[in-house]
Write a protein of this length. Structure first.
Length: 196
């Protein structure tokens, strides 16, 4: 994923989050997003991360982080104990996204989910003409070293929310040059949803 796409995504997420909210970031990585939210929105932030190297980066930034596998559930957190739970660039990497999203919806009043759109035209083009798993700026991994376990599109996620009666409150679609309004399932590299 390009830095511009990530910066645009972070700005959208920050715009959606209210000042002084409580935020739980599932798979927070090195804490870049939480750091931005703490600075811009004065949020009370906690991250959950599996990678020890990423945890060290969070701690260096002054972010409270728990070394835990989100696949095991969020049993230590009460219902609706956070204003927002974030699953940004994590959703497609977990074994049981339905379970994790269900837990996120339980502990959070609202959940922000962001993931690469595997139905982007560049991916379709590479599969059709090259006959190989695509490598793009939003999915820069070869098939043998990708962290992605689930290959979903914007339409897949919207269908899932419809089936499970998950309310989509806001959405944004990001491409290389910013916001995508026309045919996002084809032209957006990243989909971001605010759900409840």
């Amino acid at each position: 994923m390009t830095d511009k796409t990530e910066n645009t995504s972070y700005k959208i997420i920050a715009d959606w989050i209210e000042e002084k909210s409580s935020v739980l970031d599932l798979g927070c990585g090195g804490g870049e997003l939480l750091s931005l939210l703490m600075e811009r929105k004065n949020v009370k932030a906690i991250g959950i991360e599996l990678s020890e190297q990423a945890i060290y980066k969070c701690v260096a930034k002054g972010i409270s982080v728990v070394h835990e596998n989100i696949e095991n559930g969020l049993n230590g957190y009460a219902d609706k104990s956070f204003d927002y739970v974030i699953l940004y660039n994590t959703f497609q990497e977990i074994k049981n996204p339905a379970v994790v999203l269900g837990e996120a919806l339980r502990v959070g009043k609202k959940v922000i989910v962001g993931f690469p759109n595997f139905a982007h035209w560049a991916s379709r083009f590479q599969i059709f003409f090259n006959g190989r798993v695509p490598v793009t700026s939003s999915m820069p991994f070869q098939w043998y070293d990708t962290p992605n376990l689930h290959f979903l599109s914007i339409l897949n996620f919207e269908d899932y929310c419809n089936i499970k009666k998950i309310k989509i409150e806001k959405f944004a679609f990001i491409g290389k040059s910013g916001s995508v309004k026309l045919l996002p399932n084809l032209f957006a590299e990243m989909g971001i949803f605010l759900v409840s």
